[in-house]
Write a protein that binds this ligand. Structure first.
Ligand SMILES: Nc1nc2c(ncn2[C@@H]2O[C@H](COP(=O)(O)OP(=O)(O)OP(=O)(O)O)[C@@H](O)[C@H]2O)c(=O)[nH]1
Ligand SMILES: [Mg+2]
Length: 494
């Protein structure tokens, strides 16, 4: 076993007395990959992990000046061709003896010159010295297989890399720290305890084990099911944190939707004209409201007269706007305040309600600079939601609207989705959501079975089903096929 030894003369003593250092590699061989993106860059990182790291170091790394590469010490080194001994590049090299490494295996990171040619040359040298090219996500897969992280943490690594917003990174880092693993683990432990008690009653048929109280059993299983459901309900808050709060801007043609869209974005993104029907397609832009991502969508105006036959392009535009509203977390209903009729207000209000039952509604009365009919404001107060006077021309009310939207978005991420509980741990991964639903269904069947007086072993089957669902989230029970599907979405070198 070469791992855990200081390579060369200058032993640091760090490796002494670390029997775990012999932790076997998950797959036995040594892998290598370029961890930085392709293209010109200041630094390229080549990552190596596996039992042959020490041998590889001996073949391709020559520390500049005196000394050898010691574990956890950065050294300036020449990378040399293992066949010819020629210098390939000068780099900073870090050797880390296992098991306190990302993969729990001995690892080597070479920070060489960026750009394709230099990193490729170093990569080729490492392969020439005995490593093989890593598959997608294989470093993280090894961290999982070697028990350093659970599957939720492994998936969080990818989530962090792919997070589109700061709030999304925060959720991923939270999962990386094990918050979701702990939440699921706790439910799982309790479920295992319930299951064990139940199984004891039919495993030992003698009188030593008293029959389990079915009322108590049902309450315990039901409480665990509720905890699973609460986690599943956090998915909406999780999605908002990760991908942003979706707002649809809707209203009558010419109401000032695109002008308001531009004002909120603070740039002239959408075309504005005085002709009704300017916007045909939906336009989507992401806005950062104090760290909260908000996805704003401008839409085609809704006709005032339902009986009028729409031109094909109008019809498509309106249909698209319906889809946007259905998917929205919030709707800004734009009313032209300079027209005292508040054109189409009631019809459009009814339409919004028909399209979405749970979106937050905000009414923006635009063109406030032109003066608004007070009766219009009086009418708005009879509707739920806030009505704000704004002007895209003078900027009046725009900051207030931004603040209102930011506050609403933030509160949507704090609730468990139905506002009933604050969810500190949120679920963001669709795979987890599906498995939580499966586990919840199993426990529901168990509860029904208990109520119906089904035999203990039938109830226990449902409990074990629930356990398997939870175990698949954290990776305790998982098939190789699912694993390879998950890791195939990773980047090379992660
Ligand atoms: N005075 C004033 N005019 C505005 C304001 N907002 C929009 N307008 C004018 O109203 C007209 C329509 O504005 P748009 O933003 O294109 O309205 P829209 O709702 O997107 O219209 P469609 O895309 O056709 O449905 C334009 O002439 C704008 O200049 C405002 O706050 N004050
Ligand atoms: Mg428009």
């Amino acid at each position: 076993m070469t791992s855990g030894k200081t390579i060369g003369a200058s032993a640091t003593g760090e490796q002494a007395g670390m029997p775990e250092d012999n932790v076997a590699s998950a797959t036995g061989d040594t892998i290598v990959a370029v961890a930085t993106p392709p293209g010109e860059g200041a630094i390229g990182v080549v990552r190596v992990s596996g039992p042959d790291v020490a041998t590889i170091i001996g073949r391709i790394i020559r520390v500049v000046g005196k000394g050898r590469l010691a574990s956890r010490r950065v050294a300036l080194a020449w990378v040399i061709d293992p066949e010819t001994g020629e210098k390939i590049d000068q780099a900073m090299a870090v050797y880390m003896a296992g098991p306190r490494t990302y993969t729990r295996e001995p690892t080597l990171e070479i920070m060489c010159h960026g750009g394709c040619a230099a990193t490729e040359a170093v990569l080729t040298a490492v392969i020439g010295a005995g490593a093989r090219l890593a598959n997608r996500g294989e470093f993280t897969l090894r961290a999982f297989l070697n028990g350093r992280i659970d599957l939720t943490q492994a998936e969080a690594v990818l989530d962090a890399v792919r997070a589109p917003t700061r709030a999304g990174v925060e959720v991923a880092v939270d999962h990386l720290a094990g918050s979701l693993a702990r939440a699921i683990g706790l439910i799982r432990e309790n479920l295992i305890a319930v299951d064990a008690e139940l199984e004891a009653t039919f495993d030992f048929t003698d009188d030593d084990v008293p029959a389990i109280d079915r009322t108590v059993l049902r309450a315990r299983v039901d409480a665990l099911r509720e905890q699973i459901d609460a986690l599943a309900r956090s998915a909406r808050a999780g999605r908002i944190r990760r991908h942003g709060w979706r707002i649809a801007i809707v209203g009558a043609p010419n109401a000032g939707k695109s002008s308001l869209f531009n004002a909120l974005l603070d740039r002239s993104r959408a075309i504005v004209t005085d002709e009704p029907g300017t916007t045909r397609d939906t336009l989507e832009e992401t806005l950062d409201l104090d760290g909260m991502a908000v996805v704003l969508t401008d839409t085609a105006g809704w006709p005032l007269d339902n009986r009028r036959e729409l031109a094909v392009v109008e019809r498509i535009g309106v249909d698209r706007s319906y889809e946007v509203v259905k998917e929205a977390d919030a709707v800004i209903h734009v009313i032209d305040g300079s027209r005292c009729s508040g054109d189409g207000f009631d019809t459009h209000r009814a339409l919004i309600s028909a399209l979405t039952s749970d979106a937050t509604q905000v009414i923006a009365i635009t063109k406030a600079d032109l003066g608004a009919d007070q009766s219009l404001y009086a009418r708005m107060t009879t509707y739920q939601g806030s009505a704000l006077a704004v002007s895209a021309v003078t900027g009046q009310g725009i900051d207030t609207l931004r603040r209102t939207l930011g506050d609403l978005a933030r509160s949507a991420t704090r609730t468990g989705g139905d506002g009933s509980q604050s969810a500190s741990v949120v679920v963001t991964n669709p795979r987890h959501v599906a498995l939580l639903a499966r586990a919840s269904g199993s426990l529901e069947r168990a509860v029904e079975g208990i109520t119906a007086g089904l035999p203990d072993d039938v109830v226990a089957t449902d409990l074990r089903d629930g356990l398997r669902g939870l175990g698949e989230i954290t990776g305790q029970t998982i098939t190789e096929e699912v694993l390879s599907r998950i890791f195939s979405t990773f980047c090379i070198g992660k």
